[in-house]
Design a protein around this ligand. Structure first.
Ligand SMILES: [Zn+2]
Length: 166
């Protein structure tokens, strides 16, 4: 396939956040890191991403790309922990407090939207001010949402997510 495919498949397993690439605020980071066998993953036809189906009462699945390596998944647990540590205590401008405040991300939600007549769902992530709870703008989260929307739209348009049954 390609380098991404080869590098992942040269490992027997990797580590992933339970809701990769998203961190739940309801439990500590280390409790959210799970081990995934590469024999259990399923690749997109073009080798640009893969999914891992899991979950109870699911099934649910996570999608993995080179862009989410580090915080979302990695070949060692330490890499994930390190990536989040470097990212700790981020701040954003809160429109309600009118100052830079710390923010937290909340559990992502599946949002259904219709674009050019095609209805699809994508995983929407948001960040909120720790002082007042207002949603704040964080470029990286906004980018992730746009990418998630774009990927979901393209897949819905093609009518194929992957060879896996979800
Ligand atoms: Zn605020």
């Amino acid at each position: 396939m390609n380098d991404f495919y080869n590098s992942v498949m040269s490992h027997e397993k990797f580590y992933s956040l339970m809701y990769s690439p998203y961190l739940s605020k309801y439990s500590p980071l280390e409790e959210q890191i799970v081990e995934v066998k590469t024999s259990d993953i399923c690749w997109a036809k073009d080798g640009s991403s893969f999914i891992w189906i899991w979950g109870y009462p699911g099934p649910d699945y996570n999608e993995y790309t080179p862009q989410t390596y580090g915080k979302g998944w990695a070949f060692t647990k330490e890499e994930i922990i390190q990536s989040w540590a470097m990212d700790a205590q981020q701040t954003a401008f809160c429109p309600e407090c009118r100052e830079y405040t710390e923010y937290v991300t909340v559990d992502p939600v599946h949002r259904e939207i219709t674009v050019y007549g095609i209805t699809f769902t994508y995983v929407h992530q948001s960040a909120h001010c720790v002082k007042c709870g207002a949603e704040v703008y964080v470029p990286s989260i906004n980018d992730a949402n746009e990418e998630a929307r774009g990927t979901a739209y393209r897949k819905a348009e093609q009518g194929v997510t992957s060879e896996c049954q979800i």
